[in-house]
Design a protein around this ligand. Structure first.
Ligand SMILES: Cc1ncc(COP(=O)(O)O)c(C=O)c1O
Length: 384
């Protein structure tokens, strides 16, 4: 059972705003905020290196925590500056050759899509977009039909940014494994709201961020690299964290996924990311997933009752991301008007560059988290 009163009391932002922009960045709970602030203070008062030395055990513990969060081994986790860097680190590290096929989803995140195009131009890889099924999710049937030995990589997202659906990542994983293709999952919008497990998904690589449903700080993310594929991903940059300088003409790569990290990073943010993952696991990711899914369903049902509102989410399985339009009102105007009432939602207006004709109209995105309440949903509906 969730103690919503306690959870909200531990979330200072809940007293300030009605926050339905958890797909942008969630409100941090007090233990996360305190962890970050305490470390910054310790840096200011005792020195940055000395503060890191004093926190060495806790910094090392962040890897165990993140590994537990996604069902990995601590040596399979690299902490990165954000999720895009995590995804890029994995993607650009794959030795893709001209003619290699890379399969992706129509609703792929813009930065990932640009990186795919970049590699297509530079290396002559073939990027192929998997069609959506009739529910808007990545079509597993189309994937099965197109998979072949020339498919080197399948790169899809678990939960897209602009739609309430959840992609069938485990089914995709089974097909990827059978075909021997590398499998990279963008789990930026799912980690922290769904019970994500890398073995259940069957992915080789997975990227995640701190600030969204995990309720961590901004400017930090992580990458999971399955140990079996570690040597198939070449680090793009090396420094003396990722490798050891062993002689005038030699160096040795680190044994674990930390070979993908940079030496200089924010210790405060690393600790904050760890605290956020601990906080989520103390509540239970299964409990969180259940509550988020139920609140989002409640919000969709309430929205459907508002005159002129159309809920735009697709998918048979849905997440905490809810998108809608309202006849006679532009989405940007709704967002601005709600902001004046201290209700945070977001404008969602991604163009589907792969198929511009399929681009939906600008929508309002209201993304719920477990700390939101039915009363807050009523407030949003009343304001609409
Ligand atoms: C699906 C998805 N992937 C990747 C990202 C990028 O994450 P980050 O900003 O941490 O690099 C986002 C951010 O909105 C996202 O929604």
């Amino acid at each position: 059972m969730l103690d919503i009163t306690r959870i909200r009391a531990e979330t200072p932002g809940c007293a300030q705003v009605t926050h339905f922009n958890n797909a942008g960045a969630s409100l941090q709970p007090r233990p996360v905020l305190d962890t970050v602030l305490r470390h910054l203070e310790s840096e200011a008062l005792t020195g940055g290196y000395e503060a890191a030395d004093a926190a060495a055990d806790r910094l090392a513990g962040v890897y165990d925590t993140l590994a537990r969060l996604v069902g990995a081994d601590p040596g399979e986790i690299a902490v990165t500056e954000n999720a895009t860097r995590a995804w890029d680190t994995a993607f650009y590290g794959i030795d893709l050759r001209p003619g290699d096929r890379v399969l992706t989803s129509a609703g792929e995140y813009g930065s990932n899509a640009i990186a795919l195009l970049h590699r297509a131009r530079e290396r002559g890889i073939k990027v192929e977009v998997l069609p959506d099924d009739e529910h808007g999710q990545v079509s597993v049937a189309a994937l099965a039909a197109t998979l072949g030995p020339d498919v080197r990589l399948i790169a899809v997202n678990h939960v897209p940014t602009h739609d309430g659906l959840v992609n069938p990542v485990a089914e995709i994983g089974r097909l990827a494994r059978a075909a021997g293709a590398l499998y990279l999952v963008d789990a930026v919008q799912s980690v922290g709201q769904l019970d994500v497990n890398v073995d259940e998904i069957g992915c080789d690589l997975l990227s995640a961020t701190g600030r969204k449903f995990l309720r961590g700080p901004r400017g930090i993310g992580f990458l999971y690299v399955r140990r079996a594929v570690l040597d198939r991903i070449a680090p793009t940059f090396l420094d003396d964290r990722s490798a050891e300088w062993t002689g005038p003409e030699s160096y040795e790569l680190r044994e674990d996924a930390r070979r993908f990290e940079s030496y200089e990073r924010s210790a405060a943010l690393q600790l904050g990311l760890g605290a956020a993952a601990e906080y989520a696991m103390a509540i239970g990711l299964d409990v969180i997933e259940h509550r988020v899914t139920a609140l989002a369903a409640h919000l969709r049902a309430a929205l459907a009752e508002v005159p002129g509102v159309t809920v735009r989410d697709r998918g048979t399985r849905r997440s905490g991301i809810v998108t809608f339009t309202r006849e006679g009102h532009d989405a940007a105007g709704i967002v601005a008007s709600l902001a004046r009432q201290k209700i945070n939602v977001r404008l969602s207006e991604q163009t589907y560059r792969y198929d511009e004709g399929a681009t939906p109209p600008p929508r309002v995105r209201a993304s719920v988290h477990y700390y939101n309440t039915e009363e807050e949903i009523s407030r949003l509906i009343g304001a609409l």
